[in-house]
Design a protein around this ligand. Structure first.
Ligand code: SAM
Length: 288
């Protein structure tokens, strides 16, 4: 019996991407899969109910969110092993990408249940492909930590990251995060803020971090909605001469607290540059 309990064959777990705003961004294959499966595992069953009713699809739901995923995985594995097929979706975009599903997929693969991915929207990739920042090598960092200390530690660990970096952000934290990004990566780092992608107020704005903060402060509506940050990696920064970005960042930070000469001496000792070279760099880049 197809997808019924009486077969000895396991069902299939489909990982189905759904739109990140524009409902036209659903694939025909996703719709066919929703029609064919026995069950849809979703983060927020009410939210996903609205999505599926938009496409005229009615299916039983199973709630799987971050807080209950580990407990619920066994229930879903049991259903799959009895031959039911399940589509996993999240509130928006690709499941598992800053969304639940990892434990379920891992467990399925461990016990030999077939996992079939259906590609589609993902905010990180949608932002990257429109940012005009190197897209040949990039890393996805999800959400930065909520507290300043954790955020600065995380950013410091990325100081030498030469790949393009992609972060998810929320309206409430974006200005604090940008302030920390400026503090750690320096005011000149190039960054693109992609907001409300695929929706009415879609905005993709690129500039230095410092200018981005000014631009936002001119109109706080510019950070309403959902946001992705795409940040240029360190080795492709321009105008840094032969001095490494790590050294110039430290010099910039120290020069805010100390006379430039002292800052230059400390950085010269740490990185092995000539103090005069650093002093000249500071004069041209940080001092009016
Ligand atoms: N799984 C989703 C994906 O594939 O992109 C991401 C889920 S994560 C919980 C939600 C975050 O993704 C938002 O806080 C925002 O940073 C980003 N995001 C989702 N939709 C977006 C959109 N339309 N425009 C910009 N960012 C978006």
């Amino acid at each position: 019996m197809k997808n019924g309990y009486s077969t000895n064959q396991s069902g299939i777990l489909y990982i189905v991407a759904t739109p990140i705003g524009n409902l036209e961004d659903i694939t025909q294959r996703a719709l066919n899969t929703f029609e064919s499966v026995d069950l849809i595992a979703a983060e927020d069953t009410r939210h996903s109910g609205l999505l599926l009713s938009h496409y005229g699809i009615k299916k039983p739901f199973f709630a799987l969110h971050d807080h209950n995923e580990q407990q619920k995985v066994n229930v879903l594995i049991d259903k799959l092993q009895k031959g039911l097929s399940i589509a996993l979706i999240s509130d928006a975009g690709t499941p598992l990408i800053s969304d639940p599903g990892f434990h379920l997929v891992r467990q399925c693969r461990e016990v030999g249940i077939k996992v079939v991915p259906l590609p589609g929207p993902c905010a990180a990739i949608t932002a990257l492909c429109s940012a005009g920042i190197a897209s040949d090598r990039f890393c996805f960092e999800g959400f930065l930590p909520a507290k300043t200390k954790g955020r600065c530690d995380k950013l410091t660990s990325l100081l030498e990251e030469s790949r393009t970096m992609i972060f998810y952000e929320s309206t409430h934290r974006i200005l604090d995060s940008l302030a920390d990004i400026q503090k750690i990566f320096g005011a000149e780092r190039y960054i693109v803020m992609a907001r409300e992608l695929t929706k009415t107020w879609e905005t993709i704005y690129g500039s230095t971090v410092e200018k981005l903060i000014d631009w936002i402060n001119e109109d706080l509506n510019r950070i309403r909605g959902e946001i992705v940050l795409v940040i240029e990696g360190t080795s492709i920064l321009s105008d840094r001469g032969d001095i490494s970005p790590q050294a110039t960042n430290l010099l910039e930070r120290l020069s805010k607290e100390l006379p430039l000469k002292k800052a230059a001496i400390i950085v010269a000792e740490s990185f092995g540059y000539k103090k005069n070279e650093l002093y000249q760099y500071g004069l041209t880049h940080f001092k009016e």
